[in-house]
Ligand binder design. Structure first.
Ligand SMILES: *C1O[C@H](CO)[C@@H](O)[C@H](O)[C@H]1NC(C)=O
Ligand SMILES: *[C@@H]1O[C@H](CO)[C@@H](O)[C@H](O)[C@H]1NC(C)=O
Ligand SMILES: *[C@@H]1O[C@H](CO)[C@@H](O)[C@H](O)[C@H]1NC(C)=O
Ligand SMILES: *[C@@H]1O[C@H](CO)[C@@H](O)[C@H](O)[C@H]1NC(C)=O
Ligand SMILES: *[C@@H]1O[C@H](CO)[C@@H](O)[C@H](O)[C@H]1NC(C)=O
Ligand SMILES: *[C@@H]1O[C@H](CO)[C@@H](O)[C@H](O)[C@H]1NC(C)=O
Ligand SMILES: *[C@@H]1O[C@H](CO)[C@@H](O)[C@H](O)[C@H]1NC(C)=O
Ligand SMILES: *[C@@H]1O[C@H](CO)[C@@H](O)[C@H](O)[C@H]1NC(C)=O
Ligand SMILES: *[C@@H]1O[C@H](CO)[C@@H](O)[C@H](O)[C@H]1NC(C)=O
Ligand SMILES: *[C@@H]1O[C@H](CO)[C@@H](O)[C@H](O)[C@H]1NC(C)=O
Length: 850
């Protein structure tokens, strides 16, 4: 897309003349949005197009729709689109128009968060690094350069959308119903000089784009003019706005920001559903799940310290598989809310009724007719409650909402999860050698025999490679200022001459290199040997590394790597990286030698990066060795191998458990950074994110984490579409040392399903266990089935005091060899034995998918 701006302006002018009478602007009042003159409740899910592949988009959008969402929300990623000033990219994962069209074809709405600052745990918050290096630029404030480029980009995107007729105001089929300018700025307004002035400018600039749909600013309670301020949080039920603007929850967090330093975050389904139901109960009209599908930070797109996985515990997992029970439970919530939508939206003022000290009922419509909806909430975080509402009695579990679309019958309770849960495994498969071209014979032998993999190796020179340094300077410089983000890496090299007669060479002094540095990771080498490694995150960490010097010249090289630039925070673009102070310590006379002002030579990145040896067409730009034994634990080393596509059609994760830190590519596509960093062993973790965590009580990020002491990311998603049938080039760059022979492809596979449903599960008389294997697979074993009082969780179910002995045969009859099955949990199918009265029976099932 290299059409010039003026052509767009002309086109959009012509278009605005041609827009037919059928087009209607999207408007709003204090209650909701109006789309085509009709009020709508919006249930939206965030899916960021560059975090998956175009081949995955249709299925992700389809699953979101099937899960009950009517809207998709995405940011627009400026630094992915405007790669140099005025040079635009809309290819591949950045094909924004294609993504919006897929949403349109699914019959859904779209909320476009143009930003252009997006945070989003994305490199530099989405702002191009080149803009930082235009002299005199400061981001997100009253700064002429910033405002100029921001307006230019926003106008470009708005005009592109107009040209493609994608705004709802341009005809009935345009999917875009809202657009966003800026993002979470309010807390910076006081910090940034003239912050308020800048925000007002941003609002006016946005309005002047005349999109015919409302603009929003999230986390901006006093958004200027008609721009709507919105809420981002775990809960937004108490969020209040000016009465003429609707209550919008732009980021309903389904999980939390995944970093290389913390265990994996989860949010239980029961709490997610509770928060959303409470939001609608208290007058909300637009909710968005952040994220519905989190996806992957491919390449170098992740922001500072965030893992390559951006899974976010969303209803669809990173690999594109539905996550049960979250997806299923929220789908049931959305169905219940839809039953209520008309009455809720057409009631002037709902009635709040006191039904208990920590309970609250809300009624819309006319209680004496069928046009009546009630939400009954129990926000006590420990105690279940029994409440009386219109002369009927209702049991409401702690921290839950019951939904009554007719003011009588409960169709859904947020705490009662009947959806199946699924056990998903990463099933390893060895890498298989492959000929470079399909049909060729590998190694002159038979390709089906057990040929060893042919690993090839290229070892980087430590320090200055190539003809000369990129920069020579007496002192230490800031890494970003030198690399301009062309690479994660910068070599810092200096030398020390040592006389054999020096005191410390004789008295056995243990010298140490003391390095003070900032973000994120550092290795030091002396005379080509790796000394040690260390981390620093956002602060001045000091590493003390023992070092032995030899007589003569000693070359000291420090390799600093940035694991993504920061994505948010005040003045984030001015953060410094790399060593700020280097000393040689440990002399017996007690002094230290300051190397900070020595003569340092700098080299940007790795030679292999510069020569693009990860690409099929340029992998021959260096000479690779074919060692008889693959070297292990060797720093700054490239490995390559030609492999077959893994069997089956499951999504693939690259298992890097025995590697250290670096980056991986398949067929020239960068899978992303990898880092087998472990989280703290003694942090707070639960055994299992969903069942192992109490859904009750306020959510906070540390509440339901898993994997303490384990690598924060072990598997790295490789989209299936990146594979060829054979001759796949897998290239790994390892910084500190690992064992590439232990790498394998793991297939992400739903192996088992579980469900546990009580006979009184709402709606009454319709309690069902519903099991569904992934497409084209069937239930081939019932591992557990008990109608009665079973105990335990998925994987550990046990028969309780009462167990109907026919449970297994009933479930087998209904489910074996089927892709999906449903069994009613009632006396129609099962026997209650001698149990009478108030004891509620349940059916627990665990099944295997073949
Ligand atoms: C987000 O949605 C969950 C349900 O997934 C809900 O519990 C929570 O309160 C919501 N929070 C926000 C800020 O939207
Ligand atoms: C829709 O909005 C545009 C831009 O704000 C405005 O020019 C136009 O008059 C509006 N059209 C209708 C039908 O309200
Ligand atoms: C509840 O019961 C009272 C007393 O019997 C009766 O007057 C009232 O109409 C009933 N309300 C409903 C909604 O049934
Ligand atoms: C980069 O370094 C030069 C030289 O020290 C300095 O003048 C310039 O301001 C720096 N630029 C940025 C964006 O930090
Ligand atoms: C880190 O330490 C250096 C040297 O003492 C100092 O110049 C710099 O301002 C410090 N940076 C931060 C973020 O504290
Ligand atoms: C301390 O010893 C080091 C190493 O031998 C030497 O370079 C330095 O000059 C000495 N400093 C003083 C104050 O003697
Ligand atoms: C710094 O080192 C470089 C490379 O070794 C050398 O060419 C240059 O002359 C040195 N500069 C100073 C000021 O010592
Ligand atoms: C790598 O090799 C290719 C093919 O020989 C050549 O066209 C290209 O210029 C080389 N790339 C670099 C960066 O040297
Ligand atoms: C896959 O890789 C992991 C980690 O290196 C290793 O533990 C496992 O044994 C491998 N499995 C297979 C089948 O190669
Ligand atoms: C299921 O099987 C059909 C027919 O063989 C095939 O077209 C489809 O791609 C399969 N789906 C999956 C997910 O494998």
């Amino acid at each position: 897309m290299k059409t010039t701006l003026s052509v767009f302006l002309l086109l959009s002018f012509l278009l605005s003349m041609m827009v037919g009478v059928s087009s209607k602007n999207v408007t709003y009042d204090g209650r909701s949005l109006f789309i085509n003159d009709r009020r709508h409740l919006i249930i939206s899910g965030s899916i960021h197009y560059p975090r998956s592949t175009p081949e995955m988009w249709s299925e992700l959008v389809r699953l979101a729709k099937e899960g009950g969402a009517n809207t998709i929300k995405t940011y627009v990623f400026w630094n992915g689109h405007e790669i140099k000033p005025g040079v635009y990219n809309f290819e591949g994962r950045f094909d924004l128009v294609k993504f919006v069209r897929i949403v349109q074809e699914a019959g859904m709405f779209l909320i476009l968060r143009i930003g252009p600052f997006v945070a989003g745990e994305w490199n530099f918050g989405g702002i191009p690094v080149w803009l930082h290096f235009i002299p005199g630029t400061s981001f997100r404030t009253e700064n002429d350069n910033f405002k100029y480029y921001m307006e230019k980009f926003m106008t470009y995107i708005v005009n592109l959308m107009k040209q493609e007729k994608l705004f709802a105001s341009q005809g009935e089929k345009g999917p875009i119903i809202m657009t966003q300018v800026e993002n979470e700025f309010e807390y910076l307004e006081q910090i940034y000089p003239e912050g308020k002035k800048y925000v007002n400018w941003a609002g006016e600039m946005a309005i002047s784009q005349h999109t015919g749909v409302p603009w929003i600013m999230c986390r901006e309670s006093d958004a200027p003019g008609p721009v709507i301020g919105t809420c981002n949080d775990f809960y937004c039920d108490d969020f209040q706005l000016a009465s003429d603007k609707p209550k919008i929850w732009t980021e309903n967090w389904t999980g939390w920001l995944p970093t290389y330093w913390a265990p994996n975050y989860h949010r239980p389904s029961g709490d997610s559903a509770f928060a959303v139901a409470r939001f609608f109960q208290k007058g909300g009209s637009v909710v968005n799940y952040y994220m519905y599908h989190g996806g992957t930070n491919f390449g170098r797109t992740g922001g500072g310290g965030f893992t390559t996985s951006y899974d976010f515990d969303g209803p669809i997992d990173e690999y594109g598989l539905v996550r049960f029970p979250k997806w299923g439970h929220l789908k049931e919530l959305h169905e219940a809310i839809k039953l209520c939508e008309n009455v809720i939206l057409n009631t002037e003022q709902p009635t709040n009724i006191a039904i208990g000290p920590s309970q609250e009922g809300t009624v819309w419509g006319d209680p004496s007719s069928k046009n009546c909806v009630a939400f009954l909430a129990n926000y006590d975080n420990t105690n279940d409650a029994t409440v009386v509402f219109q002369n009927a009695s209702y049991d409401i579990p702690a921290w839950s909402v019951s939904i009554l679309p007719d003011c009588k019958n409960v169709v859904f309770n947020t705490a009662k999860v009947s959806s199946q849960s699924s056990v998903v495994e990463m099933v390893p498969e060895d890498l298989k050698p492959s000929p470079e071209k399909c049909g060729e014979v590998q190694f002159g032998g038979d390709s089906s025999s057990n040929n060893p993999l042919k690993w090839e190796v290229f070892v980087e020179k430590t320090g200055i490679w190539g003809e000369e340094a990129d920069l020579v300077y007496n002192g230490l410089v800031d890494q970003l200022n030198v690399t301009k983000d062309a690479s994660d890496y910068l070599w810092y090299t200096t030398s020390i001459d040592v006389d054999a007669n020096e005191e410390f060479m004789k008295d056995g002094s243990q010298l140490a290199l003391a390095i003070q540095f900032q973000s994120h990771h550092l290795h030091a080498f002396v005379n080509g040997e790796l000394l040690n490694k260390g981390n620093a995150v956002g602060e001045n960490a000091t590493l003390r590394i023992p070092i032995a010097l030899k007589a003569g010249r000693n070359e000291i090289s420090v390799l600093n790597s940035i694991v993504g630039l920061p994505s948010a925070g005040a003045f984030f673009e001015w953060i410094n990286y790399g060593p700020s102070n280097v000393k040689l310590e440990g002399f017996s006379n007690g002094t230290a030698m300051d190397l900070s002002t020595s003569n340092w030579s700098y080299k940007i990145g790795m030679e292999g990066e510069k020569l693009e040896i990860y690409k099929p067409e340029s992998t021959g730009n260096v000479t690779w060795n074919v060692p008889s034994e693959v070297p292990k634990m060797q720093p700054v080393t490239w490995y390559k191998v030609i492999v077959e596509e893994p069997s089956g059609d499951e999504p693939i994760g690259l298992d890097m458990l025995n590697m250290g830190k670096g980056s991986a590519w398949l067929n020239g596509q960068q899978i992303g950074r990898y880092w087998l960093q472990r989280s703290g062993e003694h942090e707070q973790c639960v055994s299992h994110g969903e069942e192992g965590c109490d859904y009750r009580g306020y959510m906070y990020p540390e509440k339901c984490r898993t994997g303490c002491g384990e690598p924060t990311q072990r598997w790295y998603h490789i989209p299936r579409s990146w594979f060829k049938p054979c001759g796949n080039l897998l290239v790994i760059f390892e910084e500190e040392g690992g064992d590439p022979t232990a790498i394998n492809f793991s297939k992400r596979r739903t192996s088992r399903l579980c469900a546990s449903v009580a006979e009184d599960h709402p709606p009454l008389g319709q309690a069902m266990v519903h099991l569904r294997c992934p497409e084209n697979r069937s239930i081939d074993n019932i591992l557990f089935a008990s109608f009665g009082t079973p105990t335990g969780n998925c994987g550990s179910f046990k028969v309780g005091d009462y167990h109907d002995v026919n449970s297994l045969s009933v479930v087998e009859k209904a489910c074996l060899w089927k892709n999906e099955c449903a069994i009613q949990v009632s006396e129609a199918n099962f026997n209650k034995g001698g149990f009478t009265g108030s004891t509620k029976m349940r059916l627990a099932v665990e099944a295997a998918c073949g």
